[in-house]
Design a protein around this ligand. Sequence first.
Ligand code: NAD
Length: 446
Amino acid sequence: MYKICMVGTGYVGLVSGACFADFGNTVICVDKDAGKVERLKNGEIPFYEIGLDEIVARNLKEGRLSFTTDLASAVKKCEVIFIAVGTPYGKGGEADLSYVWAAAREIAQNMNGYRLIVQKSTVPVGTGAKIRDLVAKTLKKKTAFDVASNPEFLREGSAISDFMRPDRVVIGTSSQRGEDMLAGIYAPLYLNETPMVRTNVETAELIKYAANAFLATKISFINEMANLCEIVGADVKVVARGMGLDNRIGGKFLHAGAGYGGSCFPKDTSALATFSRKVGYPLRIVKATIDVNDGQRQRILDKIRRAVGPMKGKTVGVLGLSFKPNTDDVRDSVALDLIKALLRAGARIRAFDPVAMDNARAALPASVVFAEDVWETLDGADCLILATEWNEFRRLDMAKAKRMMKRPVVIDCKNVYDPKAMADMGFVHVGVGRGIPLDKQKRTDG
Ligand code: NAD
């Protein structure tokens, strides 16, 4: 069993730390946000992730998991230190690594013996080598250490099962000692025969960006097909199904919509595009993926304007604020972008989300009205935007919705509802790539 320090207790750090504790290790989770640490000490989870509360409570009780703001003392007690801090958008679209450097510097200042420093945050190739240099330069007393890369692939909303039953674990190391330790930490997963990809640090760093960029590319690809479908009268859902049934392609990440958002894909594609340009090989496919994604949000706004007419004074109901269902994360959420653009155009916004209201409130202008439920959201609305496909929005009583709305306009960003059934009910249903070109649809602005 290992003594592990997890620096950063966000979506990745807290889940990883709690799961490592559940494997039987002793884990100290460190965060510089004192409020967050206080809540965690009381067993309160600072964000929404199904099943995480149970694992945290169990391991707190067993004494395997603890929380602190004191990185210095955690570094002194632990042989393995994971860095799981944020790597948000930086200047010019590259990854902002300032939190990584700050963590690495503080780790180095407090090392009192061999340490394995594991980079879990998503970082550009070469970051591991730079951490190695920074630590070597900062060390107070010469001490052996290793730097490894162990990128994380968990998805918010299914983070626990993704961590406990991953498709693979990537271990990037530059020494046998580091490799053995990291493989030892993940040894409990051998029972499930989890594939381990053992490689060097640089390759591990690139695997994470390559995987995210590829998934983002699948989304942008199907969105372009959807846009083509709207011109030629084809249905992208059926196109995606017909494609996805081919085992070489697979149906996942082939859902047309308003484009990808969230805490990873937008910043990671941007960082990869910027990084590749800097090293002299600009990745054209990644650049195209980003361009298509940006265009997709604009297309949805154009569709709304077309279906509703001038936005000034119109009331728009928005269902779903998190960037995807089963999370309260609103970072780079498409819903928030649409709301901000519609507010600028003079619309009044009423919005509802099952769990992301607090985060959305903090990120949106005060003029947004947060509704109690679905029905308050769409009461008297000129238009309803279905932005996130939470289960509870998938089978709404549309007859009731039609009675309550001022105008029967539904902008279905996630293609949840059947266009024909909606049209038969008298709705103007605007989906993404669903066969009925917008210029053939009824307008509602007279
Ligand atoms: P997050 O913003 O939720 O959490 C980061 C935490 O680190 C915050 O609580 C912050 O206070 C803390 N922190 C920052 N600097 C610190 C320091 N010096 N000492 C102690 N704590 C510090 O971020 P996240 O979503 O967990 O993402 C972390 C990394 O993992 C990012 O690189 C991200 O790209 C990557 N990642 C995220 C996901 C995901 O679904 N969120 C999935 C895979 C990989």
